[in-house]
Design a protein around this ligand. Structure first.
Ligand SMILES: [Zn+2]
Length: 146
């Protein structure tokens, strides 16, 4: 995941992820906290950028204090957990949004990208008469006959 954020998102990101089997059900439970650095405001002074860098390092240090026990504690709300970690910072909580496993790739979108290449290039991409594309995000496997 660190590799993904560095290579694909290119947003400085801190990530803590823990998982363990539940003591009661044995089912795997997992939790994650992702911290992303917002871009500078346009017109930030050198001093503001220096302060922002210091703040980012401090926030990563605070994130690093998160324990597996805290993150996987079902009785500890996200809001309480964030206050526990970052109470010394100016914390502005936004309305939570439900997570959804979803990728924006589609057969149509990939086909349009492939069709933008000249026929000669498409023929070079093809193996045994078909172009195979695997989405690096969701691992969907698309095949196109040439
Ligand atoms: Zn995908």
């Amino acid at each position: 995941m660190h590799h993904f954020f560095r290579q694909s998102d290119q947003i400085p990101t801190g990530l803590v992820l823990f998982s363990q089997p539940s003591a009661s059900s044995g089912q795997l439970m997992a939790g994650a906290l992702i911290l992303q650095r917002l871009p500078f405001n346009a017109g930030s002074t050198f001093e503001e950028k220096e302060q922002d860098e210091d703040d980012w390092i401090t926030n990563l240090s605070l994130l690093g204090t998160l324990t597996k026990r805290e993150l996987l504690d079902a009785t500890l709300s996200s809001e309480k957990l964030l206050h526990r970690l970052f109470h010394e910072r100016q914390l502005h909580l936004l309305e939570p949004k439900p997570l959804q496993a979803k990728c924006s790739c589609s057969r149509d979108r990939i086909e349009k990208v492939i069709n933008n290449f000249p026929l000669e290039d498409r023929l070079e991409m093809a193996v045994d008469g078909e172009i195979k594309v695997i989405c690096e995000f969701c691992n969907a496997d698309y095949r196109f006959v040439i």
